[in-house]
Design a protein around this ligand. Structure first.
Ligand SMILES: Cc1cc2nc3c(=O)[nH]c(=O)nc-3n(C[C@H](O)[C@H](O)[C@H](O)COP(=O)(O)OP(=O)(O)OC[C@H]3O[C@@H](n4cnc5c(N)ncnc54)[C@H](O)[C@@H]3O)c2cc1C
Length: 410
């Protein structure tokens, strides 16, 4: 029997160490900062201090290879480390495996030239630079990257690309040293997916302008609107191939979406723990809330959903780690985990009553954060479209649905 659901001893030790570190060192700092209504700068300072401790605990940069100072943990191991890290909001930042840097690191590792890796990847890994990923635009549907209007023209004489365009919701743009910008370079190329390229743009390049930090329902979280006006970068600022922007996005987004799922599982688990804890301590109508069937059903539904989320994420991570096709499994996971997170946090708010609606617990902030999970990095409906397309294709091509059902031989 090849199926084994236990973690190898070294990974289990890493998981436990991460739990201990997050609960013992990170959560107390985060709770205090939240309680004090601390400013963004205070969080940044705390993260820098905690990163030092993360290095001492041998938890820093888990997802990168050892040559870049990381722990060399693959997708399956990262599934468990990320879920543990995300039990505190700042946990992934402390370990330096947060979005969007995590995805950008993988992209640079995969597509970067040796020079690009030394100039951009190494400082990210060392933690003294941050980056952002600029694809979405206000004027066209972010769900369809073939519509991107930001364009780059090659000035042959100067040997430079000149980029003009408009982006928004660019996470982490304020404070980032460079951006990976997706821009149209070949407007007539066929298929349309071959029209965009990726560029590395240092954010101190003239013409790169942060218009504003877009205020969201969860406040301002450094999701910026950016204007690019005659931004000039050298000819070799392309990351990957010319016309390879779509491919790069797909390679980046598969594992990056899964990394989101792993962090959301951590958040959903905290919400369910809070639900259960509250229900076992609150008395109403002659018994504890936990003794009422209506509340037990919420617990049962949440437990089943969390369990299925974990299985889906582990299976998708296994496929990535073993070089197997993973697109369908990542779409399953992205849709299911995002929706489960939303439902589980919402149930936890319900069981807490007015307390859940207050900002005295983290639940209100968690609910607002959970809402974007259902459309960012692929809206629910787009993942459903992909899933259905793969189902139809598998049936038409092979007369079997197996390839579209995770290739599980049950
Ligand atoms: C918190 C946050 C952080 C983000 N960070 C980044 C970042 O760092 N970099 C970046 O480039 N972008 C970022 N984004 C943008 C995000 O990737 C986009 O919001 C997402 O791709 C959807 O694009 P859109 O908002 O333009 O929605 P649209 O594409 O306009 O879609 C709107 C809605 O239309 C529906 N829809 C779309 N297509 C279909 C279809 N084929 N069938 C049925 N229904 C459909 C869906 O319900 C969808 O929610 C971020 C967004 C948020 C909220």
């Amino acid at each position: 029997m090849a199926i084994d659901f236990t973690l190898p001893p070294d990974l289990e030790a890493l998981r436990q160490r991460t739990r201990e570190f997050i609960e013992g060192e990170v959560r107390p700092v985060e709770d205090k900062l939240n309680g004090d209504g601390a400013a963004r700068g205070d969080f940044r300072r705390a993260i820098v201090e905690l990163r030092q401790k993360a290095k001492e605990w041998e938890l820093y940069l888990p997802h990168m290879p050892k040559e870049f100072g990381g722990l060399g943990i693959g997708p399956v191991g990262m599934a468990t480390v990320s879920a543990e890290a995300a039990r505190a909001g700042i946990g992934p930042f402390v370990l330096n495996c947060q979005a969007p840097d995590e995805g950008n690191m993988h992209t640079l590792l995969h597509f970067g030239t040796p020079e690009q890796k030394e100039t951009y990847l190494r400082p990210l890994c060392e933690g003294y630079q941050r980056s952002c990923f600029a694809m979405t635009e206000p004027e066209v549907a972010g769900s369809d990257p073939t519509l991107i209007q930001t364009h780059a023209e090659l000035d042959d004489r100067a040997g430079e690309w000149v980029i003009n365009g408009h982006k928004w919701f660019i996470s982490g743009a304020r404070g980032a040293s460079f951006a990976i910008v997706i821009a149209k370079t070949d407007p007539d190329a066929q298929p349309p997916q071959a029209r965009n390229s990726a560029f590395i743009v240092p954010t101190d390049t003239p013409g790169w302008e942060i218009v504003r930090d877009v205020e969201t329902m969860a406040g301002g979280h450094n999701h910026c609107e950016i204007r690019l006006t005659d931004v000039r970068v050298p000819a070799d600022a392309i990351l990957g191939e010319r016309g390879g922007g779509h491919k790069l996005g797909q390679v980046r987004l598969g594992p990056a979406r899964l990394a989101h799922c792993m962090r959301w599982i951590g958040q959903a688990e905290v919400a369910l723990e809070m639900l259960v804890d509250r229900a076992t301590k609150r008395f109403a109508h002659g018994s504890m809330l936990s003794e009422k069937q209506g509340i037990q059903w919420m617990m049962a539904d949440s437990a089943m959903e969390l369990y299925s989320c974990k299985l889906m994420v582990l299976h998708a991570a296994y496929k990535i780690e073993n070089g197997l096709p993973f697109k369908q499994e990542v779409s399953f996971a992205k849709h299911h985990v995002a929706n489960s997170l939303w439902r589980i946090v919402d149930r936890a708010v319900q069981v807490h009553g007015a307390l859940g609606y207050s900002t005295d617990t983290p639940l209100a902030a968690m609910l607002k954060q959970a809402r974007w999970a259902r459309f960012a990095d692929g809206a629910d409906e787009v993942h459903q479209m992909t899933i259905a397309r793969n189902v139809i294709e598998a049936w038409t091509d092979t007369g079997s649905l197996s390839a579209a059902l995770g290739d599980l031989t049950l």
